[in-house]
Design a protein around this ligand. Structure first.
Ligand code: UD1
Length: 420
């Protein structure tokens, strides 16, 4: 296993480039199963979640791989319609193959994901949507087994806004007969990107990026398409927090500021000065220093749950109190006990964390528990005085490409070490 060691307390300065959005690429990889031929996606981060998904597609008989930051995929010859437990337990996003498999092959066997470190994380909305489109689903030995002669367009109203269920339903509906309307759909930029990608392949999706998505089914999709992926708004936000938390000045390049409105607004409210251009954002802390603010995580365009842990550390370095209310995953606080080891003053009550900023953290040994929690611990280490040792760093490689190199480029003293 590997760990990251940080000597904190140095202001980060310089420029850094953001990679492509992981959460946009994963459903596109699943969507490649809809197409009997090659597709290519540019600006794909080199991450463990992407290679895990590639392994799954290859196991089904598809081919694919990276050339630098481009991903080529070809699902001409798919021989298996199963997502085994071994894959789904490593990465819940494997559930994305359910819709495409049902749509193209009329059958799918996908392991039911279990819970995760921050709660039960059900997939009932994915299942309801497939049934709404006419699939018959049964649960057999831990697997969702789906069959559908022909999917049929329908009106599907989601009880809760779900990124995954919206993407899955959209992918199933593109080859269904007739029109599908997805209501209370997730409006996340990654869903908008998936809609754009599907349209490039010949699908007829309207309203991607809004709460109502309409899909006119088509008989087949066309291979031979290339698509430029959107930038990763969570990586961009994390790097901006790195600049602010160390009292430095950082310019992030290749970003989409319009995807980050709420994060940028919270940074400004906390006392950061931002210079926002078309595809760059510069951050520094204003003369008044960092101040506590309240944050509520919500579906897009609200504040993203995937930036919650990073802002919690930033609040530790601010003056005053900030309350973070987590409405998407009420138990997503596994980073709190670790942040306390760095000297953070955080109290939890239900789905709310009250952070009393002390303006200082101390280096310590901590353990990462998931992708975003890992990045929060690294941010804490960058801000803390002394040495921080973050173990179980494999989580970070699921979602951030070469994070230590990007941070080192900004002047951080950070290194990766192998350990038992
Ligand atoms: C995606 C992101 C994840 C992010 C999350 C919320 C990917 C690969 N992952 O996860 O990083 O944190 O969106 O922005 O894109 N729910 C149900 N039933 C379902 C599905 C979801 O009740 O069938 C609930 C969840 O428990 C949660 C809420 O809906 O409370 C939103 O979850 P969802 O948007 O589906 O998250 P994911 O797509 O799994």
């Amino acid at each position: 296993m590997e760990a990251i060691i940080i000597e904190g307390g140095r202001p980060l300065r310089g420029e850094v480039e953001v990679g492509g959005a992981k959460n946009a690429v994963l459903p596109m990889m699943a969507a490649s199963l809809l197409v009997p031929g090659p597709v290519e996606i540019h600006n794909v981060p080199r991450l463990r979640d992407v290679t895990t998904f590639l392994d799954l597609l290859r196991e089904m008989g598809a081919t694919g791989g990276y050339t630098n930051h481009s991903l080529h995929l070809d699902a001409s010859r798919v021989t298996s319609h199963e997502a085994p437990y071994d894959h789904v337990k490593k990465m819940r996003a494997s559930i994305y193959v359910l819709g495409p498999l049902l749509a193209r092959f009329g059958e799918a066997r996908v392991s039911l994901p279990g819970g995760c470190a921050w709660g039960p994380r059900p997939v009932n909305l994915h299942q309801d949507a497939m049934e709404g489109l006419g699939a018959k689903l049964t649960l057999e030995h831990g697997y969702i087994v789906g069959r559908a002669k022909h999917l049929k367009g329908n009106r599907i109203v989601f009880d809760v806004s779900s990124v995954g269920a919206t993407g899955n339903a959209m992918m199933a509906a593109v080859l269904a007969e007739g029109t599908t309307a997805l209501e209370n759909a997730a409006a996340e930029p990654e869903i908008e990107a998936l809609a754009d990608f599907l349209n490039r392949l010949g699908a007829r999706v309207k309203g991607g990026g809004t709460k109502t998505i309409t899909i006119e089914g088509v008989a087949e999709l066309q291979p031979g398409v290339t698509y430029e992926n959107i930038p990763d708004r969570i990586e961009a936000g994390t790097l901006l927090v790195a600049g602010a938390i160390t009292g430095g000045e950082v310019l992030v390049r290749r970003v989409r500021p319009d995807h980050m409105t709420m994060v940028l607004s919270r940074l400004e409210k906390m006392g950061c000065e931002l210079e926002v251009a078309e595809d760059t954002i510069r951050i520094r802390v204003g003369a008044g220093g960092l101040k506590g603010v309240d944050i509520v995580t919500e579906p897009y365009p609200g504040f993203p749950t995937d930036m919650q842990a990073q802002f919690m550390v930033l609040l530790c370095m601010a003056e005053g109190v900030g309350v973070i209310t987590e409405t998407i995953y009420p138990d997503r606080f596994t980073h709190v006990p670790e942040l306390r080891r760095l000297g953070a003053q955080i109290t939890l009550s239900g789905n709310a964390a009250t952070v009393t900023g002390t303006g200082a953290l101390q280096g310590a040994d901590v353990m990462s528990t998931d992708i975003r929690a890992s990045s929060a611990l690294i941010l804490g280490g960058l801000a803390a005085h002394g040495k921080t040792h973050v173990s179980r760093i494999y989580h970070i490689d699921r979602g951030y490409e070469r994070i230590e190199e990007k941070l080192r480029q900004l002047g951080a003293r950070i290194r990766r070490v192998a350990e038992d």
